[in-house]
Design a protein around this ligand. Structure first.
Ligand SMILES: [Zn+2]
Ligand SMILES: [Zn+2]
Length: 365
C-alpha cells in the first residue's frame, strides 16, 4: 500500500509499505480522510520523536477486516459496539485506562495507557492516517465511533479536534452569560467560538487575519477584532476567561491582565517545550520575553490553566455535536490534498493563509 513515511526532520516520503497485519480483536480500516493536526506538524518540523513513523491521527475510514471474526470483537472485553465489515468509522488513537491515579483525577492525557498510540500503519505506532490502511489495536476500540449515513468521512475526522476543544471548555467551568476572549480564530479557535456561543457565552474573538474575524462572527462571536490593534479593543464587559489558541506568550500576559478577579486563562496552543522553542531562532525562551505578576494569581485569584488532547468520556457528546451539525464543521475544511501531497498539506497547515483553515488529506480519494 502507499503511505507517507516520516524519515527525519521535514522529510516526508511517499513509499510502498506492507498492509498492516491484524490480530484477534483488531480492526483493519481503509483510510478515507485524515486531518492535518498541529501536534503532528510539531513532530515533523522539530523532530521531537525518532523516525521512521507514519503520522496522521484525525482519521475516518471503512472497516475492511475484523481480526478473529466479528464474534471475536463482540466477545472481547472491549465489546461496547458491534462492528462489521463495511462500517464507516471515526477513530481515536488514544484511549485512557479510566482506572489509574491520573484517570481518577480526569487527567486522561497523563495516563500511561492513554499515551500509548493504538493505531498504526507500520513502524512505531504514530496514528498511521497518512496511509491507505491502518491497524486499530484492541485497547482503542472503545474510541471507535460509527459515522451516520448522512455524515461524511470529513465530519468523522473532525471528532478528535472537536473533542480537545470541548474538553478545554469544560475545564473552564463557565456560566451562561460569561464573557470570554478567544485569541486565535483558526479552525480550533472557531470551534471554541461556536461551542461557547452555543452555551450562551459571549465570545470576543481576536486574530491577525481579517478573513478569520468575519468567520468568527458567523461562528457566533459577538465581537471580532484584529489582535495586533489592542488599543482598538474596547472591552465593554469584564472578561471572565481567556482561551489562548495561539502560541503567543504576549497574549497570555495580556490575557492575565484583562480577565477580572477569579478569571481563568487557558493555554491551548503552548505545546512546544522551551528546549524545542529555543532551537528555533525566531522564538525567544519563554521565561524572558514576558513577565507574569504572580500577585494576580494570589490576590486576584486568577487561574492559569492548560488543556491538552482529548477526553475520551466526552466522545458521545462530541459525536452528537458534530453529526447533528449543531457544530457544523464542514465550513472549517478549506483544503484537501491527495495522499501523495501530504507534505504540501503539512506545509500549508504550518503556514496558514487568509484562505486556509482546516486542511485534510484525502487518502481514499
Ligand atoms: Zn489532533
Ligand atoms: Zn489511566
Amino acid at each position: 500500500m502507499r503511505a507517507v513515511v516520516y524519515r527525519g526532520v521535514n522529510d516526508l516520503r511517499l513509499e510502498t509499505v506492507p498492509v498492516p497485519r491484524i490480530g484477534a480483536h483488531e480492526l483493519l480500516v481503509k483510510v478515507a480522510v485524515c486531518g492535518v493536526c498541529p501536534t503532528d506538524i510539531k513532530k515533523i518540523h522539530y523532530g521531537t520523536v525518532p523516525p521512521p513513523r507514519i503520522f496522521g491521527h484525525e482519521t475516518a475510514g471503512t472497516i475492511v477486516k475484523i481480526g478473529g471474526g466479528r464474534s471475536g470483537i463482540r466477545n472481547s472485553q472491549f465489546a461496547i459496539r458491534n462492528f462489521k465489515v463495511g462500517d464507516r468509522v471515526a477513530l481515536h488513537h488514544h484511549v485512557p485506562c479510566l482506572d489509574c491515579h491520573f484517570c481518577r483525577h480526569r487527567a486522561f492525557a497523563q495516563c500511561e495507557t492513554y499515551k500509548r498510540t493504538g493505531i498504526t500503519a507500520g513502524f512505531e505506532p504514530a496514528g498511521g492516517g497518512y496511509a491507505e490502511y491502518i491497524r486499530v489495536l484492541p485497547f482503542v476500540l472503545p474510541g471507535v465511533v460509527k459515522i451516520p449515513a448522512k455524515n461524511s468521512f470529513e465530519e468523522g475526522a473532525m471528532l478528535e479536534p472537536v473533542n480537545t476543544v470541548l474538553k478545554a471548555v469544560k475545564r473552564l467551568e463557565l456560566l451562561r452569560g460569561d464573557t470570554v476572549l478567544v485569541a486565535g480564530q483558526g479552525p480550533i479557535g472557531l470551534m471554541f467560538t461556536k461551542i461557547l456561543s452555543l452555551q450562551g457565552i459571549r465570545v470576543l474573538a481576536t486574530d491577525l487575519l481579517a478573513s478569520r474575524l468575519k468567520l468568527a462572527k458567523k461562528f457566533g462571536a459577538y465581537r471580532a477584532v484584529l489582535a495586533n490593534q489592542p488599543s482598538t479593543i474596547n472591552y465593554q464587559r469584564p472578561l471572565d476567561a481567556a482561551i489562548i489558541a495561539v502560541p503567543s506568550d504576549a497574549a497570555v500576559t495580556q490575557a492575565l491582565q484583562l480577565v477580572r478577579g477569579a478569571g481563568k486563562v487557558l493555554l491551548f496552543a503552548h505545546t512546544k517545550r522551551a528546549e524545542v522553542r529555543n532551537r528555533v531562532s525566531s522564538h525567544q525562551p519563554s521565561t524572558i520575553n514576558y513577565q507574569l505578576d504572580l500577585a494576580s494569581i494570589c490576590l486576584d485569584e486568577k487561574d492559569l490553566i492548560g488543556s491538552y488532547s482529548s477526553d475520551f468520556t466526552l466522545q458521545r457528546e462530541v459525536a452528537r455535536f458534530v453529526f447533528s451539525r449543531q457544530l457544523d464543521v464542514r465550513p472549517l475544511i478549506t483544503h484537501r490534498f491527495p495522499l501523495a501531497q501530504t507534505a504540501d498539506a503539512v506545509a500549508l497547515a504550518a503556514k496558514p493563509t487568509e484562505a486556509s483553515l482546516k486542511i485534510v488529506v484525502n487518502v481514499g480519494g
